[in-house]
Design a protein around this ligand. Structure first.
Ligand code: GRF
Length: 203
């Protein structure tokens, strides 16, 4: 499976995906890492692994649609079959969604539908939740609203800070994102309305 990763930041989820992919643990090759930020750590991680990179700065485009058109062109050129958002801080327009229907995944550091949006580890703490976690989902037109593929749960501990909770969640992100990509690679994900059915493994 040819995977394109979009990232705006540090790139730890990209890193975990690259490790699984380059180690032959998943049937997916990252063929392109693209970012809207020239200084994203994710680009550095991609270069170290010898993966092609592209910087497409959204500020150079008049509209979201124009930016998305450029992103889609880069992904198509690379023959990308699945788009993996890993800390990509841009909302996708119809142009993007229609170019890759049910072929865009995102990871979010909360148990959706609780706490969509930003600073969600802090939100979970301040709310007083006892558990949080992370969610891999297909991307639709909303903010963190698409059909859920996998979730992982972590406890919120008495002495947690935003940082300690984020770290506990991140460890789970690194575990479940490659797993979701592998399920997709195996053709085992079927979207039925809001629900994603995971087919049993063929033998
Ligand atoms: C992760 O917490 C992810 O859930 C969120 O953005 C963060 C990206 O981290 N969407 P990294 O760039 O993969 O390290």
């Amino acid at each position: 499976l040819r995977v394109g990763v979009l990232a705006s930041g540090r790139g730890s989820n990209l890193q975990s995906l690259l490790e699984q992919s380059l180690g032959g643990k998943i049937d997916a090759q990252v063929v392109l890492v693209a970012s809207n930020k020239a200084d994203a750590g994710a680009l550095e991680k991609a270069r170290e692994a010898g993966i092609p990179t592209r910087v497409i700065d959204h500020r150079g485009f008049a509209s979201r649609e124009d930016f998305d058109t450029a992103m889609v062109a880069a992904l198509r050129e690379a023959g990308v079959e699945l788009v993996v958002l890993a800390g990509f801080m841009r909302l996708l327009s119809k142009v993007f969604l229609e170019a890759f229907p049910q072929r865009i995944m995102n990871i979010h550091p909360s148990l959706l539908p609780a706490f969509p949006g930003l600073n969600v580890q802090r939100q979970a703490l301040e709310y007083g939740a006892r558990f949080s976690g992370c969610t891999v989902h297909f991307v639709d037109g909303g903010l963190d609203t698409g059909p859920i593929i996998i979730q992982a749960v972590v406890p919120i501990l008495e002495d947690d800070s935003e940082q300690s909770l984020a770290a506990r969640i991140l460890a789970e992100e690194h575990r479940i994102y490659p797993r979701a990509v592998q399920l997709f690679a195996e053709g085992r994900l079927r979207v039925e309305g809001r629900r994603v059915r995971i087919a049993p493994k063929a033998d």
